[in-house]
Design a protein around this ligand. Structure first.
Ligand code: G3P
Length: 224
């Protein structure tokens, strides 16, 4: 299982990439809109930072013809770009053409295993199963990845299942346990994973207990 970073922030990419477990980056228009400067320049900078690791760039075009043109344009920017297409009919038509051109894709806003199956048959590289966005509106998607996994295994599809749109560690665990190949995690959700209140509270308990030992007695333990 691989971990991608769901962000367009250079600062966050540098911060988390230092830890060595980031295998790629996913961007989208909303993430790019949060950063300063021209989105295309930012995208190039992200691609350069990631080296050979994949970076998803989402089309903003609405017709399939324009999506194809924009996808070709993105793929010419850098060898590690994947074209992010929406899980609708225009995206599907664009997928067919981009497959013929051997351009890798990431299908986004996927909420239906059957639609995923059609994109997989058409040669999509990844399908992004969106967990947090649906739960924001109280639509439970707790078995989405599991159902998609079953169809993909039955058909021996090469398309990878990417768990996306995480808001909390619970949704990340769900995607991991249901067999997502990749998880794209926003920086704030990654921070939550390393800032568990129970871990912090436990550490405070240990610190308080340690203070009850006199300085001389604990000197040989603490001095190294
Ligand atoms: O890569 C996933 C992203 O495009 C959707 O995430 O957080 O906007 O629901 P979000």
């Amino acid at each position: 299982m691989e971990i991608f970073l769901d962000t367009s922030s250079i600062k966050d990419i540098k911060k988390w990439d230092n830890l060595g477990f980031i295998s790629g980056v996913t961007t989208n228009p909303a993430l790019l809109s949060k950063e300063k400067g021209m989105p295309i320049e930012l995208l190039k900078e992200i691609c350069a930072l990631m080296g050979e690791r994949p970076v998803s760039a989402q089309v903003t075009a609405e017709s399939s013809e324009k999506m194809i043109e924009q996808g070709i344009y993105f793929s010419n920017l850098s060898d590690n770009i994947l074209v992010k297409l929406p899980s609708n009919l225009s995206g599907y038509k664009a997928q067919i053409k981009l497959s013929q051109l051997n351009i890798k894709t990431n299908i986004t806003l996927c909420f239906d295993p059957v639609t995923d199956c059609l994109f997989a048959k058409a040669g999509a590289t990844y399908v992004s199963m969106i967990l947090g966005r649906s739960e924001d509106f109280n639509l439970q998607q707790s078995s989405l990845i599991k159902r998609t996994r079953a169809i993909f295994e039955h058909n021996s599809f090469d398309t990878k299942i990417l768990g996306a749109s995480f808001r909390n560690p619970q949704q990340i665990e769900l995607a991991m346990s249901q067999g997502a190949d990749v998880l794209t995690i926003p920086p704030n959700s990654l921070s939550m994973l390393f800032n568990n209140p129970l871990t912090n509270g436990g550490l405070k308990d240990f610190e308080d207990a340690w203070k009850t030992i006199n300085d001389n007695d604990k000197k040989t333990y603490d001095n190294f």
